[in-house]
Design a binder for this molecule. Structure first.
Ligand SMILES: Nc1ncnc2c1ncn2[C@@H]1O[C@H](COP(=O)(O)OP(=O)(O)OP(=O)(O)O)[C@@H](O)[C@H]1O
Length: 242
């Protein structure tokens, strides 16, 4: 396994005694960009959370070669974040820099400057002092990206980062993802938009019926596989690796 690779080996997750997916085998090599696709409920978020160690595997393994969970920058689905917590926009961005914070959570001036830069990068510089519950959905999504900009994690995982965003916001944030990829970081991103997957992600993991098809996007996203995945999500698949 190449240094920096994350590999799933015959992995499976059960929730409430029901398998979400099983027998999943495949690798995220360093510097790769992989979309996680599949119908609602097929287990895309579950896959990210299993890699993060938030959900135990019922079978198999997630193997890290020379990297660990601390090397992952994670952007969860915005709807899963409690925005009633009294936090300012700046504090939220600073929370992305916990690795640079002092022993007692102190944040030095350099980190504050980087936070201001991150807010500028996502066009939120005028919102720095607002509370996070006052932001629109699109503004909050930009904020989550600003928080990710504070990390230097070599692996970035994003769960539906562009859902419910307008086209200009999507394009701005997509540009950030492209930059991270161009810097050699590993990108793992849950996407529903097939055009985005085809144009941005050379590799895909297509989840359906409790199995995964894993490989090059062009060879996997055929009309036939998509029809089976999205019209018969309970159908049966075998895990495939090119
Ligand atoms: N905490 C939980 N307890 C039990 N079942 C769960 C739990 N969380 C998710 N599930 C179930 O696991 C399955 C996979 O959920 P998951 O959220 O991973 O799907 P998804 O592909 O990300 O869906 P979506 O596209 O709707 O976000 C679903 O059937 C869901 O109902």
């Amino acid at each position: 396994m190449t240094l920096g690779t994350i590999r799933l080996q015959d992995a499976g997750v059960c929730l409430n005694g029901t398998p979400v997916w099983q027998h999943v085998t495949g690798s995220f090599p360093p510097g790769s960009m992989t979309a996680i696709a599949g119908a609602n409920g097929s287990g895309k978020s579950t896959l990210l959370r299993a890699i993060l160690g938030e959900l135990p595997l019922s079978e198999g393994q997630v193997l890290f070669d020379g990297v660990g969970i601390r090397d992952i920058g994670y952007l969860p689905q915005a709807r899963n974040i409690d925005r009633s917590f009294p936090l300012s926009v700046t504090d939220m961005v600073l929370s992305g820099a916990w690795q640079q914070a002092g022993a007692f959570g102190g944040v030095d001036q350099t980190v504050r400057v980087r936070a201001a830069d991150a807010l500028r990068r996502v066009k939120l510089e005028g919102q720095a002092d607002r509370m996070i519950d006052a932001l629109s959905a699109g503004q909050f999504q930009r904020l989550l990206f600003a928080r990710l900009l504070m990390t230097s994690a070599p692996i970035i995982m994003l769960d539906e980062p562009f859902t419910a965003l307008d086209a200009p916001t999507t394009e701005d944030l997509l540009e950030l993802v492209r930059e991270w990829h161009a810097q050699g970081r590993t990108i793992i991103v849950v996407l529903h938009d097939m055009h985005q997957i085809r144009t941005c992600c050379p590799h895909v993991v297509l989840l359906s019926g409790g199995r995964a098809i894993w490989g090059e996007t062009a060879s996997i996203l055929t009309p036939g596989t998509l029809q089976r995945a999205y019209e018969s999500p309970q159908g049966s698949w075998t895990t495939a690796q090119p």
